[in-house]
Design a protein around this ligand. Structure first.
Ligand code: ZN
Length: 446
């Protein structure tokens, strides 16, 4: 048995133990066994974490990791441009090797940024070889991953069945589930079209499939007119909605729909920065909050923005505070007496809520005995962090990638003292650049 003792850190557990100002964490193999002010464990490998704040590993609940080689390409595109140039354009020239290198480097970057769990929403996978390549990238990276198997969205060629009329390829989801059954760090789910992007028949098939296979059905909702207006109501009447459904981002849903979906236990993921950038609208955060619920957060697109989840928490917090402040001023003619969203709440979106969305809150998302040892050491004795009066505020508002000192997944260090471990990055970055040049060049975009 390998035991690790992290000593002398400020620990933000996001769990029953709250925030401990100076404490130790004992880890045995992949599991946290104790968190206390002082732990003695003579046989353990000791890690001096003085000056660090320990947080649960961050959870990125929604990212199209296949776009890593296209960083910045879509930075100035709105959603209609993105559909045309990305899904009907650049996406069509991806070979399996492009999926592999993008997913591998994208996942390594997540680890580097303090993300220990990545929901990879992979919808540029026209053959099983594309899926295998993407999954291999996730496994090679060492991140904890949820592979959401999606389907491509090209413009239909003459005589071809358009993607919105094609039921989700169940056999491929089953093949992937079987191939990766029992893996500690990988789960397989379905990234389906849902009634906004498909016919009713397809949505019905896909929701039923997810329920029968026991996987999460995650879908995009919003952006242009729905393919099946009124589809949600039909699916609800048929009993096909429930906890297995995850909606991203969902702005156009009515208050009644939102209330009903919360009642059914469906989950919501926001990609605050991406949503605002591409023209979706404002994240659902405030509307969910009124219903006693909260979103998980995702980066969505590295082709638009940075993969850093702490930035996502800060952006999502900022926009919701702004909306709430403006609403208060309009209603009362004054600035509200205090802020609606706290730093702790924002941190919960990228930890607790991500775990809840993935239905793994019993294993990850907080620091507590019995849970998986997925954690991040945030260096706080630095120019941009001292003095730390409020550790949670310091992490959410002051910390950046420069402070992500060490990252552990399932008891294994993936990053220590600012460096990723066991990875020869340069050849991978060269391969990523070559892939990006090839894809962009094929479409003559640059
Ligand atoms: Zn998305």
């Amino acid at each position: 048995m390998t035991r690790t003792l992290i000593q002398g850190a400020t620990i933000i557990t996001m769990d029953r133990q709250g925030v401990l100002p100076s404490a130790d964490i004992l880890i045995a193999n992949d599991t946290i066994t104790e968190i206390a002010p002082q732990i003695s464990a003579d046989d353990a490998v000791r890690i001096d974490a003085t000056g660090c704040i320990v947080i649960p590993g961050l959870i990125n609940a929604h990212m199209h990791t296949w776009q890593t080689a296209l960083r910045g390409v879509a930075a100035n595109w709105t959603l209609p441009e993105y559909f045309k140039k990305m899904h009907a354009g650049l996406a069509t020239v991806f070979e399996p090797a492009d999926l592999h290198i993008a997913t591998l480097v994208g996942a390594l970057n997540q680890l580097n940024c303090g993300t220990t769990t990545l929901a990879d929403w992979c919808h540029n996978n026209r053959t099983p070889a594309h899926n295998d390549a993407a999954v291999a990238g996730l496994l090679e990276s060492g991140i904890r991953a949820a592979f959401f198997h999606g389907t491509p969205k090209p413009d239909p060629k003459p005589g071809e069945t358009p993607f919105w009329e094609v039921p989700h390829p169940r056999a491929e989801v089953e093949r992937l589930m079987k191939a990766h059954q029992g893996r500690e760090l990988l789960s397989v789910h379905a990234a389906v079209l849902g009634p906004h992007y498909s016919t009713l028949e397809v949505a019905r098939h896909d929701f039923r499939m997810a329920r029968e296979l026991g996987v999460i059905a995650s879908l995009h909702q919003g952006g242009g007119p729905a393919r099946t207006p009124g589809g949600w109501q039909v699916l609800d009447r048929e009993g096909l909605l429930g906890e297995q459904i995850n909606i991203v981002p969902g702005h156009a849903l009515s208050d009644d729909e939102l209330a009903r979906f919360c009642e059914l236990g469906m989950s919501f993921s926001a990609a605050a920065e991406s949503e605002m950038s591409q023209g979706h609208g404002h994240p659902l955060t405030g509307r969910l909050r009124k219903l006693g619920r909260a979103p998980s957060l995702g980066v969505d697109l590295e082709s638009v923005l940075s993969g850093d989840m702490l930035t996502q928490a800060r952006v999502a917090l900022g926009i919701q505070r702004s909306l709430d402040n403006v609403a208060h001023r309009e209603a009362h003619g004054s600035i509200p007496p205090t802020s609606t969203i706290t730093a702790t709440e924002a941190l919960s979106w990228v930890t607790v809520e991500g775990a809840r969305m993935l239905r793994q809150l019993h294993r990850i998302g907080t620091l507590a005995p019995g849970k998986q040892a997925d954690l991040v050491l945030v260096r706080a004795d630095t120019l941009n962090m001292r003095p730390v009066h409020d550790p949670v505020a310091a992490v959410v508002f002051q910390a950046s990638l420069a402070n992500i000192d060490s990252v552990m997944v399932a008891g294994q260090w993936k990053k220590r003292e600012g460096r990723l471990l066991g990875v020869d990055l340069e050849p991978k970055l060269l391969a990523l650049e070559a892939s990006g040049r090839k894809i962009v060049g094929a479409l003559g975009l640059h």
